[in-house]
Design a binder for this molecule. Structure first.
Ligand SMILES: Nc1ncnc2c1ncn2[C@@H]1O[C@H](COP(=O)(O)OP(=O)(O)OP(=O)(O)O)[C@@H](O)[C@H]1O
Ligand SMILES: [Mg+2]
Length: 324
């Protein structure tokens, strides 16, 4: 069966006064209908750029989508007119942002904002839209009577729940959640994650969850893509990545997670910093920080090796794998 979303060799750059930022460098991945992909990586890895590309919202200038094919529901996103794309945004693909204040309008009541989105996309009457809005608020555990309130009257966690209600209101086929819980307290984070997990199942929506928190991925996702310096260096099922990570960057990420029960001296940060996006290293972009770096890693970009439904881009596995 064809995937709901299929990204092939996507490459996005930003042309700035300081030089060219190589934000996304030839990434490929699929999300099946109802699937959940966690996109994990350090700050600056290119996660938001990837998300914005799917919505065709890369600011241009400075952004340039240099190459790559994105197909959604069998349609080539780049071939659509802006009017057709507007119908897809919010209706078939919707986004949840890190800071819900960026997606909510401070001068409109939350109820009006949710129902406006419904009227715009679903061709319903205002009365029906209000009814649906109230249902959606109840679904995210906000009393429906509060639809008359403004965003500033809600707490951060509640605002994020309003954002979730808005994202789900038109019953989209794909939700892109970009660091949806990063700005929240840990306890509220857990509630929002639980809510997203339940609603996603209830609505049968596919999801791309962007986060730097592997714990969140473990709670919600069935597949994981690990992004480093604009590349997906490893991708696989949750089990493959959590139980049997291959790429030295992925194993490094797991060693960075503090474990409450274990001695904190066990934490081993990944040495060094992400490469300068203006001037990426030769060969494998992780080689300057890699504890297993070999001579070939400095000069040759590793091929994508596919095996048992997983992909890894690392010279350590060059033998025996199947090259793309
Ligand atoms: N509008 C822009 N103009 C110039 N450079 C940009 C722009 N947006 C992003 N970049 C650069 O592109 C690279 C990737 O950024 P992106 O925001 O996609 O990363 P990210 O993985 O989402 O990071 P974070 O975890 O901090 O949100 C970074 O080096 C960033 O500085
Ligand atoms: Mg980001």
């Amino acid at each position: 069966m064809a995937a709901l979303l299929s990204v092939n060799d996507l490459c996005v750059k930003y042309k700035t006064f300081e030089g060219i930022v190589h934000a996304v460098n030839g990434i490929s991945f699929d999300i099946p209908e109802r699937g959940t992909l966690g996109l994990v990586g350090e700050s600056g890895a290119g996660k938001t750029t990837t998300a914005l590309s799917l919505m065709r919202l890369i600011p241009a200038p400075p952004g340039i989508v240099e190459r790559g094919k994105i197909s959604f529901g069998g349609r080539d996103i780049h071939a659509l007119s802006e009017a057709e794309m507007k119908k897809i945004r919010g209706n078939q693909i919707s986004m949840i942002f890190q800071d819900p204040m960026t997606s909510l309008n401070p001068v409109l009541t939350v109820g009006l904002q949710i129902s406006e989105a419904i009227v715009a996309h679903q061709n319903t009457s205002e009365r029906e839209a209000l009814k649906r809005t109230q249902e959606m608020l109840e679904k995210v555990q906000i009393p429906s009577a509060r639809h008359k309130e403004y965003p500033h009257e809600f707490s951060g966690g509640m605002r994020q729940r309003v954002g979730i209600a808005m994202a789900l209101a038109c019953n989209p086929r794909l939700i892109i959640a970009d660091e949806p819980t990063t700005a929240l307290d840990v306890t509220i984070q857990a509630q929002v994650i639980e809510l997203m997990r339940n609603l996603r199942q209830e609505f049968s929506t596919a999801m791309m969850l962007i986060t730097h928190d592997l714990g969140v991925v473990g709670e919600v996702c069935d597949r994981v893509a690990v992004m480093y310096a604009g590349e997906i260096v490893e991708e696989g099922s949750l089990e493959q990545i959590f139980e049997d990570a291959r790429h030295p960057y992925t194993t490094g990420l797991f060693k960075c997670i503090p474990d409450i029960e274990e001695d904190s001296s066990q934490i081993q940060p990944i040495m060094g910093l992400m490469p300068d996006p203006f001037d990426l290293p030769s060969g494998c972009c992780f080689h300057p920080r890699c504890p297993s770096c070999m001579e070939v890693c400095r000069v040759e970009r590793p091929a994508f090796l596919r095996e048992n439904g997983r992909t890894v881009q690392c010279h350590l596995y060059a033998k025996g794998g199947v090259t793309q």
